[in-house]
Design a protein around this ligand. Sequence first.
Ligand SMILES: Nc1ncnc2c1ncn2[C@@H]1O[C@H](COP(=O)(O)OP(=O)(O)OP(=O)(O)O)[C@@H](O)[C@H]1O
Ligand SMILES: [Mg+2]
Length: 294
Amino acid sequence: MNDLDRRLIEAVCRNDLQSAKKIVKIILEQDKTQKNRMFVNRYLTMLNNSAMNLMELPADLKNLLIMEDVSVSFNENRYYLSNRENEIVGKILKLYKASQRLAEIGVNYINSTILYGESGTGKTTFGRYVAYKMGVPFAYLNFSRVVDSYLGSTQKNISKVFDHVKQQKCVFMIDEIDAIGMRRRDSKEVGEMSRIVISLMQNLDTLTSDVVLLGATNRLDIIDEALLRRFTTKHEVKKLNEQERYEMASKFLADVDFDYEDEWLVGFCERDNTQAGLMNELVEALVERYVEDE
Ligand SMILES: Nc1ncnc2c1ncn2[C@@H]1O[C@H](COP(=O)(O)OP(=O)(O)OP(=O)(O)O)[C@@H](O)[C@H]1O
Ligand SMILES: [Mg+2]
């Protein structure tokens, strides 16, 4: 019995499924033998599935918040980190360490970044990456879902989410944070919406240095000024340029063992595309290849 076997047995006997999954992932990744390749890939794919790695939440939060154990589900081999995002993740990590030290001397600093940019540039994926790098869970709140619920209960729901998030170290992403801005245009709802913005801001002010806050939007222009000020860093997640698209595609194709002519890939990456668009086309190319092989 080796050390990993022992740790796996301990985790299973303690009913600690999260740890068991992490150990199984290590065991699978260590096996590089040809004979087990299919087995390893099949089960790594299952482990990497986000839905498989959602953490248990209290019943009244299940429809509002998602808590994901990205240490198992995030696949770094398929994530392309541009220099811009590398810089910002470095800054977030440094601020995190600084904010922890500040907490020791009684100064509360909330490490908060708003990510903006067009749809499909990888804002949400970047949030998961930050949590993965920090080794903490990824708490995800889609703000438009909270706002779209009965307006009257929105403030109560916001508080419930924050009360839960505050209890742990995590990266907390509030996605579609522009949802309130959108609704504010409807004059009938202005008063109610202002109350929601205020409530959100009051809750943001109660966060501590254990939570790294990320906001995400593709409509920076309609976000309330006071709300925007709560975010100390503002970062645009941009579409990749041609060279970067080539690097992202090569990284992905290497990880899925796809053989190709360099010329083909160069042509493939010439087309302007968002990260999401590029990924979709890569998957299509894989599908085509597999269909041909059948
Ligand atoms: N840096 C990246 N490396 C690899 N794949 C990426 C990257 N960024 C995005 N993707 C791919 O694009 C998909 C969409 O990205 P994501 O949902 O994070 O975009 P988004 O900016 O949050 O979009 P939206 O504004 O519509 O919510 C991801 O599921 C992933 O497959
Ligand atoms: Mg998103």
